[in-house]
Design a protein around this ligand. Sequence first.
Ligand SMILES: Nc1ncnc2c1ncn2[C@@H]1O[C@H](COP(=O)(O)OP(=O)(O)OP(=O)(O)O)[C@@H](O)[C@H]1O
Length: 763
Amino acid sequence: MVREELKLLATVQAALGSEASANTAALRGRELDDARLLELREDVAVAKPEDLPALFEQMHHLGSLRAQRGKGVVGSVDPKNPYFGHLRLEENGKRRDILIGGKSYVDSSSGIKIVDWRQAPVSRIFYRYREDDDYEETMGGRAVEGVVRARRGVAIAGGELVRVSAPQGTFVRGDDGRWKRLDAFSARLRTEARTEASGAKKLPAHAAGDKHLPAIASMLDSAQFDLITRPGAGLIAIQGSAGSGKTTVGLHRIAYLAFAEPQRFRADRMLVVVPHEALMHFVARVLPSLGVEGVPISTFPRFARRLLPELFPKLPHRLHDDTPPVVVRAKTHAAMLRAIHAYAARLNDDLDARVAKVMEKWPMGDKVVAAWAATRVPAPGTKDEPVADQRVTTFAQWLAGKRAIDGAGVAATLPQVTRGAVERLGQELRSRARSVIGAWDEILTSREMLGEAFRGQKEFGSGQLDRVHEWCVRQARIRAEGERDGELEAIDVEDIPILLRLWQAMRGPLTAPDGTPIRMAHLFIDEVQDHSPVELRVLLDLANKDRSITLAGDSAQRMLDDDDSRGEFDWKGLLTEMGMAATTLEPLKVSYRSTAEITTFARGVLGPFAHEAEPITTRRGPDVELFNFASVGESVAFLADALKQLALDEPNANVALVARFPQQADVIYEGLERAEVPRVRRVAKQDFSWEPGFDVTDVRQTKGLEFDEVILLETTATTYPATSQARHALYVGATRAAHQLWCIASDKPSPVVTEALSTRPTT
Ligand SMILES: Nc1ncnc2c1ncn2[C@@H]1O[C@H](COP(=O)(O)OP(=O)(O)OP(=O)(O)O)[C@@H](O)[C@H]1O
């Protein structure tokens, strides 16, 4: 099998090589054309009018020549890594070989066909069927049936074949150039086992590749592929335990959509929202490797803070750093979204009543009322009304402050008295319908409105709501009066999504700094469980009318503070709250990132909050271990020895040392520095360098990331009591590890850890 793959690669490379020299000539020709075109453009700028036609003609001619040369250029199939999958299909007794790669390439003279993995339906066969399966698919409008004779994953690094995975076994080329079969631990999904973790010798570094650019397109399973290739419109929600490939699927889906409908899903019309900066950098590197450049990637705060000064120039820029936790909880609670929507609906009703009253006696009044209703932002959850005739619409838009009316328009035809009344009404409507800051103040400083919104929320008793109200009133006063007792005007960071949502509910789509409404063709929101309902609703309303949205999240990874008793994250409830219908999909079931040992431990950590279905694992690794010490000093000494040894044995290792709280990470970091552990870094703002060395950090920094080895610090009974918050935090930390996990405790170990360690994976 390896011989066959080596031969195939040599054929492909020979064909690509001869194309490449043809390309070089074509590319050189294009460069010359480009230079000449630039010269011509400069000539045009200074030419006399009578010379222009001739110059334009020359430019046109050169332009078509250049386009012609472009046709001969082989996409950008990389001869060093031209494909990653090999299918052999048999249809009507005839066999054909198809290669799956990142870019298409066809050379009929040498019989080579590489198809882009995003190209249905051939790649569908690759992803959906296994070796020896019969398949039935529609290709080019006709039904075809056949048998998959071979289905292999191949890793080609630096132009050399280094791994072949097939149902018959996984074969890797060692540093000495000899091929050997890897031991497989799992009977299931053996072909997908990651070689370096299978207990056998690691892949040579170049084969493992850059850990930020996992070339996993060849390994997507059929559930993942189905999610990726769902039709563009509508909202899909990807759920699954940690490391089941949710981020991977979301990003591949973007690549797929950009490929399938490039006009509709232009890169700059899509948006990826991730929880923090480290994941932003990760995504920024992965998407180009999947063939999509230029998709904006952001975190919610980054995105929101860019818009805020443009939308609300008068708002203070300063942010409080001492917002009481109870205020944070109230402002991020689902009840706040209800309060905003209730406010917007009431405002609409009020304004409708005002318009109806003034228009009562006017002959075209009923039409104006209808047009007014059509121009204002509909209450969330209702549909747009049909628009009345153009003149009336224009008038109503003027009423709503959305456009300036021309002198010869409707208003000019009105008698003086009516006109005066209508103008006054227009002013009133404009100011009320547009005053987002006024609405925000009104909601938060009205004890009644808060009480109404939070009615029935057990965790917000009336005493707590009083505290929230008190804080908001005080802040509003400081804003109105300027400084008070040395306190400067500022807003809470949690106010930002509230203001943006109010803007959407009252004035319509958010606008970019250049004034254009933001309407995205596709949105991918990762780690949904960590967004507040208000934030999420702001994000969802950035999508255009097709609502092409991918949400990814895992309720078990929700991070709440210890005093936050908000309970479990509820997908269904959330989407209903949002008024959005999502296609409910089966959760992803395969735990790809972590070994069976780590996955079983992590499931134990969750205890009563564990996912319904036990994740399927793909490989085995070392046992999870707990090391218990009598003091922090002793645990630091142990860690220092272990890390120094590792630095000697494996200079490329990158280990994450993860504490629950930043203060604990500080203590351990200082200890390790004193012990002169090489390349130890304190990561406090997700500024992971991904260089060899030891990153000491806290669990919030690591969301969505992965490391080969993770050491969980201070897994003591005090730090991780058996509460839901502590269990979720420990779960997030543990599931960052791909290969090996240690727990360190300098005091009585957490019962959550000891219980979880009592279950070992079954073979
Ligand atoms: N089909 C697959 N075959 C092999 N590896 C895969 C597959 N799908 C995903 N992976 C790998 O599994 C790891 C976890 O994937 P990913 O980060 O997408 O998971 P996730 O569900 O988003 O995790 P988390 O919930 O922790 O954020 C990555 O290293 C990814 O490359």
